[in-house]
Write a protein that binds this ligand. Sequence first.
Ligand code: 2M8
Length: 433
Amino acid sequence: MRTTTALREQACQVLEANWTGRFTKPAPRLYPHQWSWDAAFIALGWMHENQERAQQELRHLFRAQWKNGLVPHIVFHRRARGYFPGPGVWETHRSPDAPARIATSGIVQPPVHATAAWAMYRQARDRRATRAFLEELFPKLMAWHDYLFRERDYHSEGLVYIRHPWESGMDNAPLWDGIEQRMHLNPGDRPRYRRVDTTLVAEADRPTGAEYDRYLYLVRLFAEAGYDEARLRESCPFLVEDVLFNTLICQAEQDLAEIAAELGDDPEPFRQRARRVAEAVNRKLWDDRRALYFDYDLVLDRPIWVRMAACFTPLFAGIPDGLQAARLVSHLEASGFFNWDGSCYSVPSYDPNGLGFSPVQYWRGPVWININWLLIEGLARYGYTEHAAHLGRTVRLLVERNGFYEYYHPYTGEGHGSEQFSWTAALVLDLLA
Ligand code: 2M8
């Protein structure tokens, strides 16, 4: 077993190697630009080593915020090549809201930013310097959350929707299989493109060609609609109220309330909005018979009964009551997601007994460190400290034995996807702190 100091040093080396001088790349070659939720997780790691870098990470992302408050899922790095789809595919100039001089994508990712900013402030040795940063970021975070509630709450019910699998952060999760099958593409609808990802990591670890066709089809739909949300809301074949996304906005609103209070503003509107999301998640996404939260397909107007590790994450935002939490934890243990005996590295991203489970294919089974981090925090929040500690040990074992990979085979622990993956390193730094 490596010492904690050695592990921390290695994690720092990963972040340092991926630091571009302006932001931290998620991975050395596979992801050469800045990604939105990666930036927040990465800031949670940097904050233990270098507050300036942590702040720079979020500053760089929010500099690319759209006029309507949207925080893009990718901020393109001018000098970087070798990623598909690049700025030309997104055509964000068709939107009056996109920044003129910064190339970005036109979709979002889960909102972890206020959570990262508040943690950075609490962690800071020099609170005065960090307070100035918090003051600078506060209006941008508000605009970001306002955008989500203004543009993405279809029924004004306190839940925000996503309109692309990439917006969930869990790109090829089995959650989307049904919707993607419904999206029948005629030959003329099939975009022509050449992927780069499969030249950099094993093809079997990545989404399929059929999935990429649909990802690109949706991007073209958005560009052709000029990114006009009112139009997209009515025409997009993919509209989902996602458990993970809504959990993270719920927690982010709670953290924004703390930030507001610290800056002398009224925290109550943010607390109210967080409560409203929590109530809506419990009302609409909680399945009492199955004791689990499920995504909701707004197009078919019905739940998506697919069991992902993400379905347990409302624990992170304090959404379930004590009884629901106890049932969730029993479910976690009984279902093959969580193993005390080490027969499987907990927690795989998707139900090991589920249809289409794969131990190597991206979001269809492998263990992801960010999902584990959310579950560790959530279990600890409800007093399940032994469970949280067990997951913490699993994460440590995975990186010690295999390195800082993007995701891991749940049975062998072998690393998959990209090596030197930034959020794995960053969240290990946070867990070791
Ligand atoms: C993955 O997604 C990108 C597209 O956004 C890709 O596959 O090219 C996902 O794992 C996503 O959650 C992550 O933010 C991104 C960068 O790490 O990679």
